[in-house]
Design a protein around this ligand. Structure first.
Ligand code: FUL
Length: 494
């Protein structure tokens, strides 16, 4: 058969309806901004302010502005160190619970313009923005709802005249933002303009979240909103940086308002960690953890900076479980990251980069037990290696436990397996097993549950095999897998 006839026949097949339509999406689905967030994978959360100078973690709100004077502040050094660590963005704590604003806000005197920094002309947020632009890094902001400085805190005017206006300033002047961060610490003792008392608020109603979040939607429509229970990204339920071994991107919040809208309710630690299979909303987990024991810099913790090996472990337990890693960085009183921090970040970044540089599955011949429809190219297993996150292998609707084999043609040694689903079609797979062809037979080397946007399986031992098999052992509907990669972890220097 000559080429022309073959092409004509193939076109005919396409036209006569042999090519099958894409699988129907399953369950809650990610928004465009959540897809971008998923691809970001790792970013940093930068805490710096009066606490850096008072050696505290939570300032009372009565700190003198004059203490904040980072004489050598370099956003380039800080953001550059994050970039060297492989992080793709930074979230700047623009205001922590003590109420001090790192930008010259109109909403309160308690801000950087009242400090000696650059003779009152400084704007730390602007410097971060410029550094992010120069270095090609994404930027986000954290503006604490709880404000222990404001005399108005606890009254409705605090929300309408202070907090929301601060968000407006930040979202209008320092974008584009990829995430806006809302911490869950709320109300208690504080300075409150000199009142020095305890103020309690109802955290689910006081801030009028729907309207508050509306500001982000209007001014920064591409930013994901992080909160204890979303609405876009949920807290993982611990500050140890770890998602559950099983971690679903879907979630149903609990509260009297449960299920009415994402973002309402509170997080139950374990459920934040694992999510809910078939949860009502697409609301993946963010794993926050500080590089040091505290979020703010304390000289006494210089020797307790997490090692590259610890960071790598956290990487597998967050990014490797379909969540994002949000690592806390703590510039010192000079306004720089300490050498310990810079070194650890660089070494960690290097290991991740080297590990994932060579996909050992590349060049493999791949055979699948089932390929969707007749159009084997469109949904074929060749889509799995070195393609984007949304080019995928799919099976017929009635096939939920298919298998596929990578023939590597020669023995290759690996100890990391990467799997990804095309999450545009939802989270479909419940469980998988990986087998290696060793001594003339299949040997199971790993199993895993939830896959979602990313699943890294770190094997206990190196595996050397010329054939590797993936078995999807349980799925709610026909799988739509976009990645099956094999890697060999780079060696740690220490
Ligand atoms: C919490 C805060 O109370 C901590 O101080 C820190 O900012 C952490 C990232 O979020 O809610």
């Amino acid at each position: 058969m000559n080429k022309l006839i073959l092409t004509a026949l193939l076109c005919g097949i396409g036209l006569t309806g042999f090519s099958q339509s894409a699988p129907k999406p399953y369950g809650a689905l990610p928004s465009a901004r959540q897809l971008k967030w998923q691809e970001t994978e790792m970013y940093c959360l930068i805490h710096f302010g009066p606490d850096t100078y008072t050696d505290k973690e939570w300032g009372d709100g009565d700190e003198d502005e004059a203490i904040v004077n980072p004489t050598r502040f370099s956003a380039m050094q800080i953001v550059g160190a994050a970039k060297a660590g492989g992080f793709k963005g930074v979230i700047v704590v623009a205001k922590h619970h003590d109420g001090f604003c790192l930008w010259p806000t109109k909403t309160t005197e308690h801000n950087i313009s009242k400090s000696p920094y650059k003779n009152g002309k400084g704007d730390i947020l602007r410097e971060y923005r410029e550094a992010c632009d120069k270095l090609g890094m994404k930027m986000g902001v954290y503006c604490s709802p709880w404000d222990r400085n404001s005399a108005l805190y606890g009254k409705p005017e605090y929300v309408t005249e202070v907090y929301r206006k601060q968000l407006q300033e930040l979202y209008s002047n320092y974008g584009p933002l990829f995430e806006v961060w809302h911490d869950g610490a709320n109300g208690g003792d504080g300075y409150y303009g000199g009142a020095k008392e305890k103020r309690t608020i109802d955290r689910s109603t006081y801030y009028g979240w729907d309207e508050t979040w509306g500001i982000a939607r209007k001014l920064q429509p591409n930013a994901t909103i992080f909160g204890d229970v979303g609405p876009d990204v949920r807290w993982v339920g611990n500050e140890r940086g770890m998602a559950g071994e099983t971690c679903w991107a879907t979630y149903t919040p609990h509260s009297p308002e449960a299920g009415k809208a994402p973002g309402n309710g509170f997080v139950l630690d374990k459920e934040g960690t694992e999510g809910h299979r078939d949860g009502k909303y697409w609301m993946p987990a963010e794993c926050d953890v500080a590089l040091r024991p505290g979020w703010f810099y304390h000289a006494t913790q210089d020797e307790q900076v997490k090692s590259p090996a610890t960071l790598l472990d956290l990487y597998y337990k967050s990014v490797g479980r379909g969540a994002c890693l949000d690592l806390g960085l703590s510039p010192n009183r000079l306004g720089l990251l300490d050498d310990h921090d810079v070194t650890s970040l660089a070494e960690f970044g290097n290991i991740v980069k080297e590990t994932f540089k060579i996909n050992l599955a590349k060049g493999a011949t791949i055979t699948a037990s089932n390929v969707r429809g007749k159009n084997k190219l469109k949904y074929g297993p060749a889509n799995l290696v070195d393609n984007d996150r949304y080019t995928y292998w799919a099976t017929d609707d009635n096939v939920t436990t298919p298998q596929l084999i990578l023939n590597l043609h020669q023995p290759k040694t690996f100890n990391v397996v990467r799997l990804r689903e095309n999450i545009k079609l939802g989270q479909r797979i419940d469980a998988v097993a990986i087998d290696a062809w060793v001594d003339g037979k299949w040997e199971e080397v790993a199993t895993a549950t939830s896959i979602g946007g990313n699943r890294l399986i770190r094997l206990k031992d190196d595996v050397t095999a010329s054939k590797v098999r993936l078995r999807i052992t349980a799925a709610a509907v026909s799988p739509a897998l976009s990645d099956f990669g094999l890697f060999k972890e780079a060696a740690l220097n220490n």
